[in-house]
Design a protein around this ligand. Structure first.
Ligand code: HSE
Length: 327
């Protein structure tokens, strides 16, 4: 097909946590948990998916990566192009760690690289936000670090904040899925002035604290009245963990995106890490929820191309190609 510069592209895309407490639909941070995606030109479309839960996803032209890549080609004036898609993801699906955002971002970055970077990062961010409906997860996944953004349906201006070196996170991932749709449905249509003022204050303080590295402010700044209180009923143990994580050494804690994953921000020099992990695990256990904890650091780089070739065919099978990449 004309205009394709690279017939094969492999990208690595980070997971993300959205909202960070009060910054509903506005704040996101990329995390050191990844998905890898290979796109290549093919005679007929084939989709190969690897990783836990990936077998649930469609492997034909209904696949999200396929659809998003075709949308980018269409924007560039290209016709539908059969693609060979291979994706391995260590980001658990529908848990609040931005798995769908990683697929959207991966598809856009890889398809754009096939076209020799026809679109800018800002344009990709705009396309991703339009597809996802909010900028928080896609912004972080695409650009890395902490992304502060607002979306009015037309524009998504953003500022990237580099997370402090000392910032580390502990996530607890419950063993059940919670759709973003269901978690958004739990929210009210209207809020009181007090709650709005509460969140504007906390969210502003949080951005300033993260930008200036004043991590001790996170405890107060991470509080929220816009979404977490309404979602708590969907996640056993959530309220208790959010309230008490600081007693066990966390800088602050929040629901990760729409949940059910919870995220604690931690100073990497803290000597209470083990204690915090035990507290979070025991709280979930008491609620009868099996869950997995992971220590993650902020990802500073966002989606990146790790392999590209002008030829569609190469010697290495996909899983061999990404081996050693840290999965
Ligand atoms: N800001 C979104 C929400 C993130 O909380 O619903 C989930 O995708």
């Amino acid at each position: 097909m004309n205009n394709i510069v690279n017939e094969t592209v492999v990208v690595k895309i980070p997971a993300s946590t959205a909202n960070l407490g009060p910054g509903f639909d506005a704040l996101g941070m990329a995390l050191s948990l990844y998905a890898w995606l290979e796109l290549s030109v093919a005679e007929t479309t084939e989709v190969h998916l690897y990783g836990d839960g990936m077998e649930e996803l469609p492997t034909d032209t209904r696949n999200l990566v396929y659809k998003v890549a075709q949308q980018l080609f269409a924007k560039a004036g290209l016709e539908e192009q059969p693609l060979k898609i291979s994706m391995y993801s260590e980001i658990p699906l529908t848990r609040g760690l931005g798995s769908s955002a990683s697929a959207i971002v991966g598809a856009l970055v890889a398809a754009n690289e096939m076209l020799g970077k026809k679109f800018s990062d800002q344009e990709l961010f705009h396309m991703a936000t339009e597809l996802e409906g909010h900028p928080d997860n896609v912004g972080a996944s695409l650009l890395g670090g902490i992304i502060v953004s607002s979306w009015d349906g037309i524009d998504a201006p953003y500022v990237k904040i580099t997370p402090a070196n000392a910032l580390e996170t502990l996530v607890i991932i419950p063993n059940f899925q919670l759709s973003t749709e269901k978690a958004r449905h739990a929210l009210p249509e209207q809020y009181t002035k007090q709650d709005v003022v509460f969140n504007i204050g906390r969210s502003s303080l949080l951005v300033a604290a993260l930008a200036s590295g004043q991590l001790q402010l996170i405890r107060q700044a991470m509080q929220d009245r816009i979404h977490q209180p309404y979602r708590a009923a969907l996640i056993p143990g959530m309220s208790y963990i959010l309230e008490h994580a600081v007693d066990y050494g966390a800088l602050g804690a929040a629901l990760s995106g729409a949940g059910p994953t919870l995220i604690a921000f931690v100073d990497c020099h803290s000597d209470s890490k083990e204690q915090l992990e035990q507290f979070m695990n025991e709280t979930m256990k008491r609620e009868g929820i099996s869950a997995e904890t992971l220590w993650l650091t902020p990802d500073h780089f966002g989606a990146r191309v790790i392999y590209e070739s002008v030829n569609a065919v190469h010697d290495l099978p996909f899983m061999e190609l990404i081996k050693g990449e840290g999965y």
